[in-house]
Design a protein around this ligand. Structure first.
Ligand code: SAH
Length: 232
C-alpha cells in the first residue's frame, strides 16, 4: 500500500491529494517522534517536513519509511534514523549562506534535508549506484542546489572546499584530517567517531582561529567510513 502510494507520488510529482489516511497518521507520528527525541529547531523541523522520507526508502521497507528507525538501502548501507538526521542537522547550526559537505550520500535523504537549509550542498558517496539513485531523486524534487559525486569522502572534496559545515554520516575512527583541513574557520563538523561495530560518539568539531574544539553530543550507531571507492 505504502509502496504503491510512493510510486503514485513519484508519478504525480508529489501531489498530496491522494494520500491515504494511514500515511497521514504515520507522518504525524513521525514528527511527534522527532520532537520527543529532541529535534526542536523550527527551521530543521520545517526542512524535514519538506522532504518525504517515503521517496528515499525502496522495496520491502517502504511501509516503514515513517518509523524513527534506520532502514536498509542498496549496497548494504542504511538510511539513517530520522531523529538522528534531525539532531545532526540541528547541531550543525546551518545558516542560509552556508556551503555544506555531506560525506555519505546513501539514500540522499540527509542531503535533501540540508538543501532546504543551506545555500549549496555537496554530497559524496563511495558507491556510484547510490549517488546515481540519489541524483535521480534530487532532480525529481527540483533540488538544484545539491551536487552529488562519487568520491572517497575520507579525503573530503578539495574541488568544493573550504566548507562552512561538514556532516559525516558514516563512522570514522578519528575525524579525518583532510576533512578538518577543509573546514572553514568558524565552521562546524558533525562526525560519528568510534569503532564500526560498537556504539560511537557523535562529535561536534568547531574550528576557530585558536584551533579545533571537540564536544561529544550523544551516542550513535553508524555504518563505517570505508576508504576507497565501492565496486558498484
Ligand atoms: N546520509 C545517508 C545515510 C548514509 S549511510 C542518508 O541520508 O541516507 C553511510 C554512507 O556512507 C553509505 O552510503 C556509504 O557508502 C558511505 N560511505 C562510507 N565510507 C565512505 C567514504 N569513504 N566516502 C564516501 N562515502 C562513504
Amino acid at each position: 500500500m505504502a509502496q504503491a502510494w510512493a510510486e503514485d507520488r513519484l508519478q504525480t510529482g508529489g501531489a498530496f491529494t491522494s494520500e491515504p489516511d494511514e500515511i497521514t497518521t504515520a507522518k504525524m507520528q513521525f514528527f511527534l517522534a522527532l520532537r520527543s527525541r529532541g529535534v526542536n529547531d523550527p527551521r530543521v523541523l520545517a526542512a524535514m517536513e519538506k522532504v518525504d522520507r517515503g521517496l528515499f526508502v525502496r522495496g520491502l521497507f517502504t511501509s516503514r519509511a515513517y518509523e524513527d528507525v534506520p532502514l536498509p538501502i542498496a549496497c548494504g548501507q542504511t538510511i539513517s534514523q530520522p531523529s538522528v538526521v534531525g539532531l545532526m542537522t540541528q547541531a550543525a547550526e546551518i545558516t542560509p549562506r552556508d556551503v555544506v559537505l555531506e560525506v555519505g550520500t546513501g539514500s540522499g535523504y540527509q542531503a535533501a534535508v540540508l538543501s532546504h537549509l543551506a545555500r549549496r550542498v555537496y554530497t559524496v558517496d563511495r558507491h556510484r549506484r547510490l549517488v546515481a539513485e540519489a541524483q535521480g531523486l534530487f532532480d525529481h524534487l527540483g533540488l538544484g542546489n545539491i551536487t552529488a559525486m562519487t568520491a572517497d569522502g575520507c579525503y573530503g572534496l578539495p574541488s568544493g572546499a573550504p566548507f562552512d559545515r561538514i556532516i559525516v554520516t558514516a563512522a570514522a575512527e578519528d575525524p579525518p584530517t583532510p576533512l578538518l583541513a577543509q573546514l572553514k574557520e568558524g565552521g562546524i563538523m558533525i562526525v560519528p567517531v568510534g569503532q564500526s561495530d560498537a556504539v560511537q560518539g557523535l562529535i561536534k568539531v568547531t574550528r576557530s582561529a585558536q584551533g579545533f574544539e571537540y564536544e561529544e553530543l550523544r551516542q550513535v550507531r553508524f555504518v563505517p567510513l570505508v576508504e576507497g571507492l565501492g565496486s558498484e
